[in-house]
Design a protein around this ligand. Structure first.
Ligand code: SF4
Length: 86
């Protein structure tokens, strides 16, 4: 376990609040919103696919961010970066 994980606001919560797919993740959202390690947690959460709530995002939301990132970097457009929306 890396150091930033030791400082997560989620450490004091029941892990079930992060794994209740189909429910609003209210407690998890509140913890992530005030978490002092949200940034490193976000990098970690986007590195691998997973279920549950992490870094202020559900699994579906993380998949959307990954897809957006691949599109922005041209990895899903034949190597051409996408034009920024104006
Ligand atoms: S951002 Fe959320 S999931 Fe990540 S360490 Fe903080 S409370 Fe836990």
């Amino acid at each position: 376990m890396t150091d930033w994980r030791q400082r997560g606001a989620c450490l004091s919560l029941n892990p079930d609040v992060f794994f209740s797919e189909g429910r609003p993740f209210r407690e998890a959202k509140e913890a992530c919103a005030s978490c002092q390690v949200l940034i490193p947690c976000t990098f970690d959460a986007l590195r691998v696919s997973g279920v549950g709530y992490q870094a202020g995002m559900s699994g579906v939301e993380r998949d959307r961010v990954r897809r957006w990132d691949r599109q922005q970097r041209g990895l899903e457009t034949g190597g051409r970066p996408r034009k920024a929306a104006s």
